[in-house]
Design a protein around this ligand. Structure first.
Ligand code: BG6
Length: 499
């Protein structure tokens, strides 16, 4: 992971620079790295896109993005003035060889002007359909520096990586023609979140949790990624994705892998990802439960007091769309540590509130000492890791209520990030871009991990296409999701944590 090593000089080429991601996330992240003095001394950005634009127009568009989306506000004008001289724009088309030759010429000029040592980070922030073409153009236009230690070239690829197992395999095979695996950074921004990284610190920097982190002590695990926003203006994209490809195949399964993995031999990219891979390979839909999967789609309703449309009324969505905006599944990790411990996962849009959390519910004590009446008051211990918002960790346990009786009341011990550290957390993209520059791929998804995640998801989505388990229940916007999801977990005598 990124450490105090100094970031080497380099140029970052952003494909799709006039798009939303550059505007909202990438440039604000780079600006904040500049504020914190973490960018290399020789650094430059070339935005590459179809839209004609001068450097000055690009800079002022990016400044508007930083003003709106930067985590640190207001803009520090001195930092911005210096940073903006590092921003350049190159108009071009992805299918045109001449555009890439022109990019190559421009890179040479910028390498010299900013002393970037020929090191290049190519960031693909385009629609996924363009990934294959762009990597090929980069690879065939002598833009890849393949001669370490002289200079390096790396490519960063946004999700979704493939839309099913076969397309992910094809894309991996294609990209490998031009880049070695260690040059490829498949980004999953959840892995850049402080609280997601803290899962490993919590588990492996403490001695008391790991011994009870298994089937002997844990009853079940719930992972929730709930959003209150809808699909915003991304109807066309979301129609082809659904929550299964937008959140579950990547963010959610990555979090699950971190929760369930074995301790790696060393804390490095290979060892950490080897252990995550084993979890992904051991993951199956619960075979004993025909109802272990529930799909939902949001209907009209009210979120935060505001009346909102149903999914099929959103722009870019077919009126008879069968795309799911909610998915709950019961998964098993079929290995020695987790056999028999269900992992209930759920994610949805337009739910009552935004929360991402992991709840580890422990088994009840093996023998009850207290009276019949008291027993009913005893609840299982639950460890909750809140990824966002209100980042923190809490542990619920039973305490004796003061008084002459023997009444038990659940109480909660809380750790809150904000209160304990009182320093703003960097945005996930700051951490991840810096790791790419430093050449640390621990927090990026390896080819085999992506394929293992698709191995689970692909048969499910293919089944839906063929009509298996394809029922979609409508849920009211602003609610906790479809009733079928509650039924699914209640069948096992358990219930979801309240949203
Ligand atoms: C993105 C999805 O990857 O993650 C969005 O495409 C989703 O649909 C977003 O809203 C959630 O990210 P975060 O960081 O807000 O939890």
């Amino acid at each position: 992971m990124a450490n105090s090593r100094k970031a080497p000089n380099c140029v970052m080429v952003i494909f799709g620079a006039s798009g939303d991601l550059a505007h909202r996330k990438l440039i604000p992240a780079l600006y904040n790295l500049a504020v914190d003095g973490l960018l290399p001394t020789g650094f430059a950005v070339i935005g590459f896109g179809r839209k004609p634009m001068t450097d000055d127009v690009f800079r002022s568009e990016m400044k508007a993005g930083v003003a709106e989306f930067s985590r640190s506000k207001p803009i520090n004008e001195d930092v911005w003035t210096a940073f903006s001289t590092q921003l350049h724009y190159q108009q071009g088309s992805y299918d045109d060889h001449a555009s890439f030759d022109a990019l190559n010429d421009r890179l040479k000029v910028i390498d010299a002007a900013h002393e970037t040592a020929g090191n290049r980070l190519y960031y693909l922030s385009t629609p996924p359909e363009a990934y294959a073409l762009i990597t090929e153009r980069i690879g065939t236009s002598s833009l890849v520096q393949n001669q370490p230690p002289a200079a390096w070239s790396r490519v960063v690829i946004e999700k979704p990586f493939g839309h099913d197992l076969q397309s992910a395999r094809d894309l991996n095979e294609h990209v490998h023609k031009f880049f070695r695996e260690e040059q490829i950074y498949r980004i999953d921004h959840y892995l850049g979140k402080e609280t997601v990284q803290n899962i490993l610190v919590f588990r492996f920097a403490n001695g008391i949790f790991e011994p009870i982190w298994d089937r002997r002590y844990i009853d079940h695990i719930q992972i929730t990624v709930a959003e209150n926003i809808g699909i915003e203006n991304r109807g066309n994209y979301y129609e082809t994705s659904g929550v299964v490809r937008d959140i579950v195949q990547n963010h959610l399964l990555q979090v699950l892998a971190l929760i369930a993995m074995e301790p790696p031999a060393e804390f490095n990219a290979d060892d950490v990802r080897n252990e995550k891979l084993k979890v992904l390979k051991a993951l199956h839909l619960d075979r004993n439960n025909a109802n272990g999967l529930v799909r939902g789609q949001y209907g009209p309703g009210k979120v935060g007091g505001v009346v909102v449309n149903g999914y099929v009324q959103e722009a870019g969505v077919a009126p008879d769309s069968t795309t799911e905006t909610y998915l709950a599944m019961k998964l098993n990790v079929d290995n020695w540590r987790w056999a028999g411990v269900p992992f209930y996962i759920r994610s949805g849009k337009r739910l009552s509130r935004r929360v991402t959390e992991i709840a580890i519910q422990f088994r009840m004590p093996p023998r009850m000492l207290f009276s019949e009446a008291t027993r009913h008051e005893i609840e299982p211990n639950v460890l909750v890791m809140t990824i966002q918002p209100d980042e923190g960790i809490s542990l619920k346990f039973g305490a004796k209520r003061p008084g002459s009786g023997e009444q038990v009341q659940p109480v909660v011990m809380n750790f809150n990030y904000g209160e304990s550290f009182n320093i703003p957390a960097p945005d996930a993209y700051e951490r991840l871009i810096l790791d790419c520059v430093l050449g640390d791929s621990t927090l990026f998804t390896r080819a085999d991990e992506v394929e293992a995640a698709w191995q689970l998801i692909s048969p499910i989505v293919e089944g839906w296409k063929a009509g298996a388990n394809s029922f979609i229940e409508q849920y009211r916007s602003g609610s906790a999701g479809p009733k079928g999801s509650d039924d699914m977990i209640q069948q096992d005598g358990r219930k979801w944590r309240a949203l």
